[in-house]
Design a protein around this ligand. Structure first.
Ligand SMILES: Cc1cc2nc3c(=O)[nH]c(=O)nc-3n(C[C@H](O)[C@H](O)[C@H](O)COP(=O)(O)OP(=O)(O)OC[C@H]3O[C@@H](n4cnc5c(N)ncnc54)[C@H](O)[C@@H]3O)c2cc1C
Length: 581
């Protein structure tokens, strides 16, 4: 057991927080720009987060390089992304994404990444949702992991230090609101560490662990959103969480669009084929399945698939809280054609899709919301704080074209890495020492001291929070459901602040996670409560219509006088030329 004090100070020009695609790209670019850079990652490196672990039948990265169709170009990528998110995203950020994505694909090729190729040597590019032309590039089925591994190889060669099992939990600023460091918990040694640094790049990914079932690793507790929020950075579009069906036992394998084209059969615990029984007149199971893509959307007939899975999971649940799925008789050939990789992955987890029934439920996959970045270099309202990847807000609205998230990680990882390095290298004032940060750290010590007599169990509350979010803030939302979640979150927050939990050095990691989960979950619930309409992946059963007149704009969540508040937000006007400032 360690001590209630900061035992180490690590000084660096740039601290990159996170270990996924965005973080790796940021660290490599900061290093190449000449800065001393260090990565702090909560999980064992290359084992946590989405980039390292994501699997789906169509995992791919978007870039308008025109190999799939020579008419494709960045301007069309820009337009497609704006069409999916107009009113909810920053046009200049989208331009940057569209324009830079091909350059980042080139970098990856130069690093040695072997994208799947056509016979003529050009890259294979697939169609994705919201794309006019085939635009997504792949590597051997698990594109994201290959991207991360090739950059990681370079980082190792360059000897960029990586601090594993390091949970960064607090940003430290000076009186002029500039970043001067960050505090972290070394989870292996149970020790606190001060990173003394003029710039921090937050690339902590998403928050799927807020839900009972999420596709990903348990380290994804929304820490980046919470840290940014605590510093006054607004969170945008948080109500838009990407959710859809996946196999939940063993947890969790995402079932993407092609899987549903095989027409699998769903039944509830009583053996009732509930889709057939509950679809409105004129809507057929086949249409529903054929429209199904990941994630949930209100925009087509696949709406019934996800919402009916949720209803049956609540009313007639399978043992693990889902429904049953089996492949249709005689579907061997189409299964092999449409979902060969999913079949193999499930086989490796002990499920033979041809002979076994398996449990399917809704799973959280990805956050479209994020902490708002204000420039094309991923800067924020706080000097020295940069944000990239899934943690960054302003590029994904209610919908996003498939493949954009991985592209964002590369484009804004690169840009934040370069900008943070240049920013740090020109700082010449002395950074405050560990003693300065000790003052900030005292609030944590105080918090724990106040909790000496607490009795509540942090891990139990984390489980309960995830169940409450799963029940009330999944694909079927309503004022009543959301208020139940909100009340629970407020009460838990109060209990945590007021010493009701048993906190020790051994439970502090989970307590910090619970604190971050509460902030992130509250931001999602408050935005979902505020948005009294339905749109894309946000469905309010009490406001089922899309309402462009009132709601074609973002909701921002920010800390106002110490409490969380929602405000409407209009993005800047669109410019006509790509690359325009
Ligand atoms: C199943 C699945 C399929 C997907 N398919 C696609 C697709 O086809 N195309 C596409 O573009 N996108 C897809 N996505 C989304 C995409 O994979 C992610 O948005 C992207 O990988 C996120 O990268 P990132 O670097 O921002 O975060 P991640 O890769 O999630 O990495 C986050 C890192 O932060 C670390 N971390 C978290 N908190 C802390 C902390 N407090 N301190 C230190 N470190 C911390 C974690 O350990 C982890 O290493 C998919 C996602 C999933 C789950």
């Amino acid at each position: 057991m360690g001590k209630w004090e900061i035992t180490r100070t690590i000084t660096t020009d740039v601290l990159v927080v996170g270990g996924g695609g965005a973080a790796a790209r940021a660290a490599l670019t900061a290093y190449q720009t000449g800065a001393q850079v260090r990565i702090a990652v909560k999980s064992p490196w290359l084992k946590g987060g989405s980039t390292a672990t994501a699997f789906s039948e169509l995992l791919a990265i978007a870039a308008a390089i025109g190999h799939g169709d020579e008419r494709d170009e960045p301007e069309i990528h820009y337009q497609d992304t704006m069409d999916a998110g107009r009113g909810f995203i920053h046009p200049e950020l989208v331009r940057t994404l569209a324009e830079d994505a091909p350059k980042r694909i080139n970098d990856l090729i130069e690093l040695g990444l072997k994208f799947d190729k056509q016979k003529n040597g050009k890259l294979v590019q697939g169609m994705s949702d919201f794309a006019t032309y085939p635009r997504t590039c792949r590597v051997n089925g698990v594109t994201a992991r290959h991207i991360l591994n090739i950059i990681a190889k370079e980082l190792k060669k360059s000897q960029v230090p990586v601090d594993e099992h390091m949970m960064v939990f607090q940003l430290v600023t000076d009186s002029e609101k500039r970043i001067v460091g960050a505090i972290a918990l070394d989870m292996e040694k149970n020790e606190f560490v001060f990173y003394q640094t003029p710039s921090v790049i937050l690339a902590t990914g998403g928050a799927h662990h807020l839900y009972t079932y999420g596709v990903g690793t348990p380290d994804m507790t929304g820490d980046g959103y919470a840290m940014a929020y605590q510093q006054g950075i607004p969170l945008v579009n948080m109500e838009f969480v990407q959710i859809g069906p996946g196999v939940i036992n063993p947890p969790v394998t995402l079932l993407s669009g092609p899987v549903w084209k095989t027409q699998p059969i769903l039944s509830n615990q009583k053996g009732v084929r509930f889709l057939e029984q509950n679809l409105p007149p004129g809507v057929h199971v086949k249409d529903v399945n054929n429209h199904k893509a990941f994630p949930f959307t209100i925009s087509n007939k696949s709406f019934y698939l996800d919402t009916l899975i949720q209803r049956e999971s609540e009313e007639n649940p399978s043992p693990n809280g889902g429904v049953w799925c089996e492949m249709a008789p005689g579907s061997e050939a189409i299964v092999e054609e449409k979902m060969p990789k999913t079949k193999r992955v499930l086989k490796s987890k002990g499920i033979d899709v041809h002979s076994d029934k398996f449990e399917v439920g809704l799973v959280a996959q990805c956050m479209n919301g994020g902490a708002q970045i204000t420039t094309q270099d991923g800067e924020t309202d706080l000097l020295g704080l940069f944000i990239a990847g899934e943690t960054a807000g302003g590029l994904r609205g209610p919908d996003r074209p498939g493949g954009n998230s991985l592209a964002e990680g590369q484009v804004f990882g690169y840009r934040t890495g370069k900008a943070a390095a240049l920013y740090s290298l020109k700082q010449d004032s002395q950074l405050p020492s560990q003693e300065f940060c000790s003052k900030e750290f005292q609030s944590i010590v105080q918090w724990v001291e106040n909790s000496q007599n607490g009795a509540k169990d942090v891990l139990e509350s984390i489980g309960e929070l995830r169940r409450i979010m799963y029940r009330n803030c999944l694909v079927i939302r309503s004022e009543a459901r959301l208020k139940e979640a909100w009340d629970y979150l407020l009460q838990t927050e109060k209990d945590l602040e007021h010493g009701k939990y048993a906190l020790t050095l051994d439970t502090i990691k989970s307590a910090l996670e619970l604190r971050n989960m509460i902030i992130t979950a509250k931001s999602i619930v408050l935005a979902a409560l505020t948005r009294t309409e339905s749109r894309s992946c946000h469905f309010r059963e009490d406001f089922p219509q899309k309402d462009d007149a009132n709601w074609k704009r973002s909701i921002r969540i920010r800390k106002t006088d110490g409490t969380m508040a929602a405000e409407m937000y209009e993005w800047p006007e669109e410019h006509s030329k790509i690359g325009a400032k």
